[in-house]
Each structure stands twice: as C-alpha cells, then as structure tokens.
Design a protein around this ligand. Structure first.
Ligand code: F0G
Length: 465
C-alpha cells in the first residue's frame, strides 16, 4: 500500500504548513497554537465518502493487512505501533523506525471493578505493559523515529517521569543523546532510575513540571535539540495507534466509552484522533465517548470547564501523590477540550482517597497500575453515579502506567501510611471498611510453622467471617 505524505494544521487558526516549516517548539508562529498532523483522510466529513470509492486506504484491506503482519518477523510488523504504519506516514522509510516492539498491550476484563462501579462490562487497555512500562512508548517510537530521520543528535523532554523513561530508552536505541528535565523530589524513583539506566543526562530542576517545561522551551530555541514533549505532534501520532489496536482486539465492536487520565492533556486527544481517522475511513461506524479524569489536586481542565465553560485555562499549583499527572498548566488543554466536545465525553476529578481506593481495587483483580492510571476507575464510579454512564454501556479504562513504576505508593498504602490524619478523617466509614478489606500489609512472624499455621487459620476466619 502506498504511503501518503502529511501536513500539519494549527489547531487554533487552521493554518496548514509542510513538515519542513515546523519550528523547534511546535507552535504556530501566528497564534501560538499546537499542531495536528493531517493526512488525506483527516478531514473527510464523518462517513460521507465511502473508503472504497476513493483513493484512500480501504478499510477491509487495512484490517486484513494489519492482521497479516501479526505473524511477520519484521521488527516494524512486530511493533504494535508501526504495524499500523499505513495510517502513520510520518517518516520516509518506516523500516528505519526506532522500535522496542511497543504496543501489543493486553485488554483485560475487570468484572469486580465493573460491579463496584455499577456497570455490566468493563475492560482495561493496559498501556503500562509497554517496554518501558507506560503508554509513552507508543508516542516515543513515532517522534524519536522522526528525530533520527532528521539527523538530530540531541533530544530532550520535561517530564513527570514516564516520558523521560521512554525517551531515554528510544534515544539509546537510536544512538542519540538525551536530556531529561524532571522536577526535583516529585517523581517516583522507579522512573528516575529508568532514565539513568538508559543513559540519559538526567537533570533534576528545583521546580515543578511546569517550571521544567519553561526552561526546556527556552533551551530548544537556543540549542539544536529535538523536543519530545507531547506538544510534538508526532508523539500523538504514535499515541493514536492504541485506538486501532483496541478496536482490533474488540473485533471492531465500538465501546460506548473510553476513559483516560489527564495530565498534560495530550493523550485523550491522540486517542480521539485515532478513533476519528478510523471512522472517516469506514473502519468503525461511530466514535466512542472519551472522558478525561484529573486528580483533584491537579485539576486545571476540570476547573476550566466548571468555572468558565472552557474559555480560558485556569492554571493551578498542582499537588497530588499521582505524580505522573501532577501538572498545573497543561500544554494541550485545548486539544483535550476538543476531544471531549467532539466525542461527547466528560471531565471529572478524583480525590487522593478515591484514587488510592481505585488503585487497590484494580490491583486486587491481579492487574495493577500506577496511581495516575487509577483515576480512570475513580472517575468511572462518579460518572455512573451521576447517570452519565449507564449500566449496559461498555467502558474501556486506559491504564497508562505499570504498577511497579511507583511501588513506594503501593507499600505506603498497604501499610496504612499513605494518608495523614486529616486525610484519613475525610474517609467515610463505608470507604474505611473497603480500604481495610483491600490492605494487605506484610506480616512479620517468627520462623515457626505452628505460628505460620495459626496466622493462616486466622486469615481464613477473616475471609469467611
Ligand atoms: N498517566 C501516566 C502514567 C502518565 O505518565 C501521564 C503523563 C499521564 C497519564 C497523562 O497523560 O499528559 O497526555 O494527559 N505523564 C507525563 C510525563 C506528562 O512526563 O511522563 P497526558
């Protein structure tokens, strides 16, 4: 199948430019807007042009080709991103793509979480099962491949941890130098260790994520560094592909609802783009609603919608233990808003206690995820309680990060040390009981089998009580 070239369109003023005209901060020189990558199939009005009667990729041919590639031994076919390269023509030669065989992530059912939330059918698309343990790999393989093809020597990002881990790994694969800027003391150790392991120059700045972004934006204007934050539109091209993979896994049956966590607010729009492209090409008959959930302590989009209907961003001083989404001034908030509006989804927020409970509930199903990912279940419960999602609707939670990313959080939770007294006091007696049933702190015993047996018996009594 012939690859199509691409252009970039400013999401604010609509100006269309060629890839060569893109500046180093990926913002429109006229209005400062962010760009979308566009293709011949990007702006077809929904369902108007049947794919078969145009020169666009044919839906049945794509399905067949994508399925065929599953049995190939080529690295780009084994990648769950580049397998969909027909809708990802962003590099001249995809055979040179920098890949760690990302994507190919499992779709799990969560029957117990479904019951807790009050719906019949709940699935989790576990993007934490990517090579570096987060969804960022799907975007990084795409944008890093562009950087390598354009012969950059240095790449950089500001990060709450996962982007830096992914960038460092892919840069190392491509033989590029990478610099990560992370907020000092405010990211999970597991993620910091990854960027060091993959050989990045790791700089902890004495500021928050938003401060790191400011410094990096200044730097890329003064040094030939390729910026790999999610303002880079090629990142989002990779991040749209889990939408394709999800539909393939669902045998092209479209779920009613997809729920994602919101931090810098790019991922929801990337998935919306993936669903929209599939819709335009006739691969799916409709687009699922996409909802975005933020932590209450890092809720700029939620506040913006509540307080001014989405007219102007209300930045916040972010504070949450879900460190991955500890972002107060998100770059892609307008893109996120557009994704909510075009798909008909909602923005919700979840408190620290609600996030911890949801994370333990996902863990108790043997799936597990990092705290930022657990906001999806916490948000789902609220949307069901508000009647915005009904029992029979099919919902997919996008779990963005692996549970081992932040094991300190999990250990503190199970030892009952996560919350301070004031926070504990805010938990209702009913929720206290739920937490108590979920907490499994390690038990220290003497090395004596009688003692161990007694403990097992008391545990059995507890279970059957
Ligand atoms: N979940 C996880 C695990 C993340 O790491 C992030 C973002 C998000 C959700 C939010 O995605 O920014 O597209 O809304 N992490 C960033 C980082 C910003 O630097 O790793 P978003």
């Amino acid at each position: 199948m012939k690859l199509q070239s691409h252009h970039l369109r400013c999401t604010e003023c609509g100006a269309i430019i060629t890839a060569d005209a893109l500046n180093s901060i990926f913002r429109c020189p006229t209005c400062n807007g962010l760009y979308d990558v566009i293709y011949p199939w990007s702006s077809i009005p929904n369902g108007d042009i049947p794919a078969s009667s145009s020169n666009l990729p044919n839906a049945s041919a794509l399905r067949w080709l994508w399925q065929e590639r599953r049995t190939s031994t080529l690295s780009i076919d084994q990648s769950g991103v580049w397998r969909f390269r027909d809708l990802l023509p962003i590099v001249d030669n995809p055979e040179n793509a920098v890949t760690l065989r990302e994507g190919n992530t499992p779709l799990y059912d969560l029957p117990r979480c479904a019951k807790i939330a009050g719906i019949d059918w709940l699935l989790a698309k576990h993007q934490g099962m990517n090579p570096t343990g987060s969804f960022k790999d799907t975007g990084m393989t795409a944008a890093l491949s562009v950087a390598a093809e354009r012969k950059f020597e240095w790449v950089a990002c500001a990060s709450t941890g996962n982007t830096s881990a992914a960038m460092a790994a892919y840069a190392a694969r491509a033989g590029l130098r990478s610099i990560v800027f992370i907020p000092e003391g405010k990211i999970a150790w597991g993620k910091l260790s990854q960027s060091m392991d993959y050989g990045a120059l790791t700089i902890q700045l004495k500021t928050d994520f938003d401060g790191c972004v400011r410094i990096l934006t200044d730097l890329v204007n003064r040094f030939p560094i390729y910026l790999l934050n999610s303002v880079n539109p090629y990142r989002l091209e990779g991040q749209k592909t889990p939408a394709f993979e999800l539909l393939e896994q669902l045998e092209w049956q479209v779920p009613e609802h997809v729920i994602v966590p919101g931090g810098n607010l790019a991922n929801g729009s990337a998935l919306a783009k993936g669903f929209t492209e599939m819709h335009h090409l006739g691969l799916i008959p409709r687009i699922p609603k996409i909802s975005i959930i933020q932590a209450e302590g890092a809720n700029p989009l939620y506040r913006t919608i509540e307080e001014n209907g989405g007219r102007e961003l209300i930045p916040v001083k972010a504070n949450t233990r879900a460190t991955a989404i500890r972002i107060g001034n998100p770059a892609s908030w307008r893109k996120a808003l557009r994704a909510l509006r075009t798909t008909g989804g909602w923005c919700e927020q979840a408190s620290e206690q609600e996030i911890a409970l949801a994370k333990a509930e996902i863990g108790a199903e043997g799936v597990g995820c990092e705290p930022a990912s657990a906001v999806t279940l916490a948000g789902l419960k609220k949307l069901v309680a508000q009647g915005k999602i009904t029992r029979e609707e099919r919902v997919v939670l996008v779990l963005t990060g692996h549970t081992l990313k932040d094991s300190a959080y999990t250990i503190d939770y199970h030892r009952g040390e996560l919350f301070n007294e004031a926070e504990n006091a805010q938990i209702s007696p009913a929720d206290q009981a739920l937490h108590a049933a979920l907490r499994k702190p390690p038990i220290v015993l003497e090395p004596d089998s009688d003692i161990v047996l007694r403990e097992l018996e008391s545990q059995m009594k507890l279970t059957h009580a």
